[in-house]
Design a protein around this ligand. Structure first.
Ligand code: NAP
Length: 361
């Protein structure tokens, strides 16, 4: 099969590097175009990331010699790629306009940026949860007069650590009324160079700008439904979030407490639901789909970022410490790899779903 040529916008950053690394062996996609800020434009990719390459593997040979283009000029991508992954870190309004400009040229955008997460005709996908939200793309295209282009986004990285287990319980018929989340988020979540080392070593920073707001709003869109060409949020779960930056390189951990409706599952029933949970990405056998989307760890001291973040290619959510809660009903700890499942790997899974459903034909 001929691979689909893809571009990576923001290819030099933390998430962009993860895309380049994860796509090196991808069976369907091949990186043919890389773009970043004007400061990197004109350099070979190898030179542009020299001194700041954060991946364990070297720069893939197929990408090292590509010349980085200015991401602010979408015309440069014409005829070089079928769609782009966007891992740009820039002003929200500027990012929104830029992603629109790519889509308007007929280049679909699969984005990690927050710019379009609140746009009601843009699907915000965790494919195991809301794969059917891709159906809103038809309305998005028709409203904007786009034929081939469209925008699909990923939610905030820390949500991946608990939203799939929460969804599995909802899908099994258990109402959830309240959720309190306390996240412990890795430094790679702040991009490169990110938080200064003197603020981070021997320390915890109890504030990540905008993160608590995203954690309290984005789940409502993920759990929403399509009506009249837009996604209508489901706000039935009341959410309160505390977000902390901790001195961990990769892997966002979340401590979660849930209050159910009148019907309350036992702890054994919850473990069974999580164990049995599979969804469309598993049925379609998408290359980046984890075989077991939710891995329950019985050990009393798991999950841990260093030991569990790479579970199933870094795409599975690891859960542990399920127990009764004295204030709500249950509590547990969830963990996922923020730059893989929470960013580039999640973006690739979104693109695989879109490809499987014919959106790049
Ligand atoms: P990063 O390491 O700071 O990388 C930012 C990228 O954007 C670089 O390639 C940079 O190019 C490019 N860029 C910055 N300003 C630009 C401009 N004015 N015009 C064009 N390109 C510009 O950030 P990151 O952590 O990779 O995050 C990228 C995006 O993913 C952000 O929107 C972030 O919110 C989102 N995200 C991150 C994570 C995570 O775990 N890190 C998870 C989920 C989502 P230069 O190298 O040339 O400056």
């Amino acid at each position: 099969m001929n691979k689909i040529k893809v571009g990576v916008l923001g290819a030099t950053g933390m998430v962009g590097q993860q895309y380049i690394s994860l796509l090196a062996q991808h069976p369907w996609f091949e990186v043919a175009y890389v773009a970043a800020s004007p400061a990197s434009a004109g350099k070979t990719y190898r030179d542009a990331v020299a001194g700041r390459w954060q991946m364990v593997q070297d720069v893939p040979p197929g990408v090292a010699g590509l010349v980085v283009q200015d991401a602010n000029n979408p015309a440069l991508a014409d005829n070089h790629c079928v769609f782009v992954f966007s891992a740009l870190d820039m002003d929200k309004q500027a990012a929104r306009e830029l992603e629109d400009a790519y889509a308007a040229r007929g280049i679909p955008v699969v984005s990690n940026a927050s710019a379009h997460r609140g746009t009601d005709d843009v699907p915000m996908l965790i494919p195991e949860i809301n794969h059917e939200h891709i159906n809103v793309i038809a309305a998005q295209r028709s409203k904007r007069g786009w034929q081939k282009g469209f925008i699909a986004v990923k939610p905030n990285c820390s949500l991946q650590s608990y939203m799939t287990p929460v969804f599995a319980l909802l899908q099994a018929g258990y109402e959830i009324r309240k959720m309190i989340i306390t996240t412990m988020q890795a430094v790679s979540g702040a991009g490169y160079p990110g938080v200064p080392s003197l603020d981070m070593i021997d320390n915890i920073v109890p504030f990540i700008g905008g993160e608590e707001e995203k954690s309290e709003v984005e789940p409502h869109k993920i759990l929403g439904r399509i009506a009249e060409g837009r996604i209508v949020n489901d706000e039935s779960i009341k959410i309160s979030a505390h977000c902390n930056r901790v001195p961990v390189v990769d892997g966002h951990t979340a401590c979660v407490s849930l209050e159910f409706g009148d019907k309350k599952p036992s702890l054994d029933e919850i473990k069974r639901i999580w164990h049995d949970f599979k969804s469309l990405p598993q049925q379609l056998q998408l290359p980046f789909a984890p075989t077991q989307p939710i891995i329950y760890r019985e050990e009393s001291n798991r999950p841990q970022p260093r030991k569990d973040r790479d579970a199933d290619k870094g795409m599975a959510v690891s859960i542990g410490r399920l127990r009764q809660c004295n204030v709500f009903d249950i509590r547990f700890v969830g963990l996922s790899h923020n730059t893989v499942r929470g960013a580039a790997g999640g973006g690739i899974l979104n693109a695989e779903l879109l490809k499987a459903k014919g959106y790049f034909d």
